[in-house]
Design a protein around this ligand. Structure first.
Ligand SMILES: C[S@@+](CC[C@H](N)C(=O)[O-])C[C@H]1O[C@@H](n2cnc3c(N)ncnc32)[C@H](O)[C@@H]1O
Length: 231
């Protein structure tokens, strides 16, 4: 994990126009925080940390309506029909409501936290297969992929949830980079490397086929929206 000195140095260089990426030590192309107790994966610890983070930040929204509108425009222009969507890791459901407003589609949202039902969401761990969701959605959206303890499993599960011609939409930023990894945000990858990492996760079954670079920034960082399709 980056030290205070690392963070200050990075901030100093970024203010002067340099792009600073941490080279992940363990996985090669991406960084992954491991929830291990004596070398064994501790799912209870992962869930407890995610629920605590969710409750601490329950009133906050990272998604923004302008970016969601850009995504909806792209979906409308490139699809005959967009009738159903699934948003993973939706916290208080803000993006679910924006997708419903701009697409007039039925949109389901998930969150791992027990607060999910308070916000009209399904309490569900997005890594897990849910039989009735397989092959069902015209789009699946998330900006919470940095919360995946097993990103390859999560991406494979999400692609499996797409109906024929459906798109998986990943909203990414520099905040999702290896330097942002901690016990709440276990997965970090540089936006310029993510399409390559997704090729590895896809094992020839899915890939990034489209992208939006919104003109605005969020919390000082640029945004990358990647669209994945089955290939
Ligand atoms: C950074 S927040 C993003 C919330 C929302 N998408 C937004 O834009 O404001 C990440 C959310 O993902 C949820 N989350 C973390 N791990 C999850 C998992 N395995 N399955 C489903 N949701 C998860 C957290 O509880 C949290 O509400």
């Amino acid at each position: 994990m980056p030290s205070l000195m690392d963070k200050l140095a990075r901030k100093y260089l970024m203010r002067r126009g340099f792009s600073v990426s941490q080279i992940p030590a363990d996985e090669g192309d991406y960084a992954l925080y491991r929830y291990e107790s004596r070398g064994v994966f501790d799912y209870g610890r992962y869930k407890t940390i995610q629920e605590a983070g969710n409750k601490r930040k329950i009133g906050k929204v990272w998604a923004d309506e302008v970016t969601i509108e850009l995504i909806c425009d792209r979906l409308r222009k490139s699809s005959a029909t967009v009738r159903s969507g699934l948003c993973h890791g939706s916290r208080n459901g803000a993006e679910v409501r924006w997708f419903e407003k701009h697409l007039a589609a039925d949109v389901v949202g998930t969150d791992i936290s027990e607060t999910a039902s308070d916000h009209g969401l399904v309490q569900w761990d997005f890594h897990e297969r849910r039989e009735e969701w397989v092959g069902r959605f015209d789009f699946v959206y998330t900006n919470s992929h940095d919360h995946a303890y097993d990103p390859k499993k999560a991406f494979q599960t999400w692609v499996e949830q797409l109906a024929p011609g459906g798109r998986l939409i990943i909203e990414h930023s520099m905040a999702h980079s290896p330097s942002g990894v901690n016990e709440l945000d276990p997965f970090g990858v540089d936006p310029r490397i993510l399409p390559y990492v997704l090729l590895e996760f896809g094992e020839g079954r899915f890939a990034v086929t489209d992208m939006i670079r919104p003109p605005h920034k969020k919390a000082g960082t640029s945004i990358w929206v990647f669209f994945l399709t089955k290939v």
